[in-house]
Design a protein around this ligand. Structure first.
Ligand SMILES: Nc1ncnc2c1ncn2[C@@H]1O[C@H](COP(=O)(O)OP(=O)(O)OP(=O)(O)O)[C@@H](O)[C@H]1O
Ligand SMILES: [Mg+2]
Length: 290
């Protein structure tokens, strides 16, 4: 099972939109996909539950060991896509979890029994780095990082980089890597170009070629509790998310899938454990087409 977390320490950067589109896109490609909502805001859950609040059990019950993962999973309107939802109770569960033995490994352990039931796991993370996100990082293989072109985009990345490095070092998840960064809510203007150039200068080939344009279609879709892939499949953001999906899945790009462990960060190429392939810094200043 391919295990992907969509994570960024910055709020409103397009994490949920990205997680939803990746998960729906994967299921439509025939991959048995599990979307886990790890955010107590429950936005991904609401979208996939047609606007209805999630009935228990949810991720919080799984983390506390109250139910098995399989019992907290339900099908969605998308064939091949299941959901493990979250709601505000996840915040309470996280508080209780803090006192439990093995508190950082609960998510990873919970997934073991369902490993063979799915081809892909996509986790929508909250904007804060917390015990819940540490659980997610300990249980996934890679992180996709949405970067909003409109806000102080690069500022959340250092914190995330540190968390990835710490989980590799202290929680034994040596294969954890940042798969890539995707620019979201882009505009055809100078500000977007500047942010894109800054990101590529700092992170080189870790930046996906696909970027997601700002479009009211995304907001209209969410207002109807739909993903933009369902609501406006031919819109620019929907097409961009399918391009991103191709890159994430490594269609026709050996390099993107062949990097076993580069952490995120401009200094990462200097680390002794940095993997070969898309090392940040190697292509400093280089730009990819698109
Ligand atoms: N490409 C886009 N164009 C226009 N609006 C967008 C786009 N992507 C996301 N949005 C809107 O921006 C807001 C934030 O997006 P989203 O919920 O995906 O971010 P997030 O990182 O998950 O936020 P949070 O940190 O609160 O979990 C939402 O209202 C969403 O509808
Ligand atoms: Mg979100």
């Amino acid at each position: 099972m391919r295990r992907i977390a969509v994570m960024q320490a910055k709020g409103g950067s397009g994490k949920t939109t990205t997680a939803l589109c990746l998960a729906v896109g994967m299921a439509r490609r025939g991959l048995r996909t599990l979307l886990v909502d790890a955010d107590s805001q429950g936005n991904a859950s609401l979208t996939m539950l047609d606007g209805r609040p999630a009935d228990p059990p949810t991720l919080g019950n799984v983390l506390l060991g109250q139910v098995d993962a399989v019992d907290a999973v339900r099908p969605t309107r998308i064939e091949g896509l299941d959901l493990m939802p979250a709601d505000a109770r996840l915040a309470d569960a996280a508080l209780l979890l803090a006192d439990q033995i093995g508190r950082e490994h609960r998510f990873r352990r919970a997934l073991d029994p369902i490993e063979d039931d799915y081809d892909a796991l996509v986790v929508d993370c909250p904007p804060q780095l917390s015990l819940v996100t540490v659980n997610v990082l300990a249980g996934v293989g890679e992180v996709v990082v949405p970067v909003d072109a409109g806000i102080y985009a690069v500022s959340g990345l250092g914190q995330l980089n540190q968390a990835v490095a710490d989980v590799r070092e202290y929680l034994g998840n040596k294969s954890l890597r940042v798969a890539g960064l995707v620019l979201t809510r882009t505009h055809a203007n100078r500000a977007t170009r500047d942010i894109g150039e800054q990101l590529r200068a700092a992170y080189g080939p870790l930046v996906y070629s696909a970027s997601i344009p700002h479009s009211v279609k995304v907001e209209e879709a969410h207002a109807r509790n739909l993903t933009v892939l369902e609501f406006a499949p031919t819109s620019a953001p929907a097409r961009a998310y399918l391009e991103l999906l191709s890159e994430v899945l490594g269609d026709g790009d050996q390099q993107r899938t062949g990097n076993p462990g580069a952490p995120l960060g401009p200094d990462a190429a200097d680390r002794p454990d940095a993997g070969p392939g898309r090392r940040p810094g190697r292509a400093r200043g280089g730009r990819r087409a698109g």
